[in-house]
Design a protein around this ligand. Structure first.
Ligand SMILES: [Zn+2]
Length: 94
């Protein structure tokens, strides 16, 4: 992918650079750029995915509003005009 895309307005398809520079949060306490995928608990299908950063200041993560590589808006489905700290809940029923 040359540029990031929001598929169906909720699933982030990462551009190549972002894809290569993110980790998934399965590594637990890992810090740095992270890619999150939330599953719908009823269907087991991905409901939302997004990228952001985990740091000492934001241990649960902070959503990127824009891709740091291609500059696309990739957080509009997660962010309401201000920085959005990720809640601790890992799945959602919506
Ligand atoms: Zn990108």
């Amino acid at each position: 992918m040359e540029k990031c895309e929001l598929k169906d307005g909720k699933l982030l398809m990462m551009c190549d650079s972002l894809n290569e520079n993110t980790e998934t949060p399965s590594s637990g306490r890992a810090k740095g750029m992270t890619f999150w995928m939330y599953d719908n608990v009823k269907t087991g299908k991905p409901s939302r995915s997004f990228a952001g950063i985990k740091s000492k200041q934001f241990p649960n993560g902070l959503v990127f509003k824009y891709c740091p590589f291609c500059g696309e808006n990739i957080g509009s489905h997660m962010v309401d005009g201000k920085l959005n700290q990720i809640a601790k809940t890992k799945s959602e029923s919506k």
